[in-house]
Design a protein around this ligand. Structure first.
Ligand code: PRP
Length: 181
């Protein structure tokens, strides 16, 4: 549904994390991954939709041979609250048993999505499995889940931008902003 420009501008609040801050952290994460996985078969797995921008920028900071995989998952019934269910809408096409898998996720909120996804992926016997998340919101955690690398820990605010949406808008913002919901 078309959102008016006025509505679009009103719903987005202050910038929480700038594009420059994101770029700097991603560069460091890319360097770390490049060091850690040199000489190993690496699969960077983007969890769609939210991580598409993060994964695109992260993979371009990785300087070693690397495959990219995609998995589409949906866990939210509406724009702001978790349904508790995690559905795989599109599975990764690679046989992950031949790879060291690094999951690129945009945000860990309740922890349900990654808890379910990592359990399912571990059963496929990857050579190793790690999680890199752009944002972590520990105050919202409902299941015990910790990322291996978390670039930014944020308070319990509804945020959008840099791949994250609010009612499907704002994914194209180059920064993370607070959303007025
Ligand atoms: C968001 C986000 C994570 C998940 C985190 O996805 O991209 O995958 O929620 O929440 P959790 O820790 O509470 O499980 P969402 O289902 O909104 O879909 P999207 O990525 O397509 O926006």
């Amino acid at each position: 549904m078309l959102c008016s420009k006025k509505e679009f501008d009103e719903r987005i609040g202050s910038i929480l994390i700038t594009a420059e801050e994101i770029k700097e952290k991603i560069k460091k994460a890319g360097e770390y991954i490049s060091r850690e996985y040199e000489g190993k078969p690496l699969l960077l797995l983007s969890i769609l939709n939210g991580s598409f921008v993060f994964a695109a920028d992260l993979c371009r900071e990785v300087t070693i041979p690397c495959e990219i995989g995609f998995m589409r998952v949906s866990s939210y019934l509406n724009g702001t609250s978790s349904s508790g269910d995690v559905n795989i809408i599109m599975d990764v096409s690679q046989d992950i048993s031949g790879y060291h898998v690094v999951i690129a996720e945009d945000i860990i909120d309740t922890g349900r999505t990654l808890s379910v996804i990592t359990e399912k992926l571990r059963r496929r016997n990857p050579l190793s499995l790690k999680v890199v998340t752009l944002l972590d919101k520990p105050e919202r955690r409902e299941v015990d889940f910790k990322a291996d690398i978390s670039l930014f820990t944020i308070p319990d605010l509804f945020v959008a931008g840099y791949g994250l949406d609010c009612a499907e808008y704002y994914r194209n913002l180059p920064y993370i902003a607070v959303c007025n919901v």
